[in-house]
Design a protein around this ligand. Sequence first.
Ligand SMILES: [Zn+2]
Length: 255
Amino acid sequence: MKLGFPNHPRKDVIEEIRWIGDSGFDFVDLFLEEDKATPNKINVWELKEVVGSYSLDIIGHTAWYLPISSPSKRIRDSAVAEFERYLKVFHKLEVELVNIHANWQTGLFSVEEVISFQIESIRKIVKIAEEYGIDIMYEPIDTPFDTVENTEKILSAIPELYFHLDIGHASLYGRKPQDFIDRFYDRLRHVHLHDNNGLRDLHLPLGCGKIEWMEVLKHLLRYYNKTLTLEIFSPDREYVLVAKKKVERFLREHS
Ligand SMILES: [Zn+2]
């Protein structure tokens, strides 16, 4: 399993990548989003150089808040256009895999309607991404709507779309990551790992919440051994390095 870490998009991208490289990760989960990691602020050649100097791979990550399920068609279309700006940068960086987050703008609109809005937007994005040689994967987020059943509706409507498991998100509201793994392992392309209390999406270091992450990883290893991002947002990054050591030790003992 390769281990990665994300850059904080509100910090200098190059300095963030240096920290990730110096800390011995295999890849950067590149968050291209506001406000310091936007297409107009990314220096592609400098970024390529620093990533190359550490032999880091890149997996593409886009903003979680893109309104791909807005009831307004013009807003959905602008989300697709915004996504394409990021795809162009990922393409220049030779990234081949990029995520898209679920989006649930309900209210006066039913869950089924919102699913159809997501499908409409994601179909367009997958088609555009194909032209750039990029695969798109769908990451369920932290709402009560992000169930196995709703995820299935979206994945089955778009056969070219892959699955991105976030173990933290899949542990909220009594959900079990193992259920997502069992259902979607054949389309699984990337995994995020962090901890929470089962109630809120806290992105804690492993062992600080209630997720039985070793049990989840044991289950995951039956089907999957590719890339795993420690998506831990603690301001003190020593906790990230502790989590990294714990996961490495676990993988040594179980792979
Ligand atoms: Zn995630």
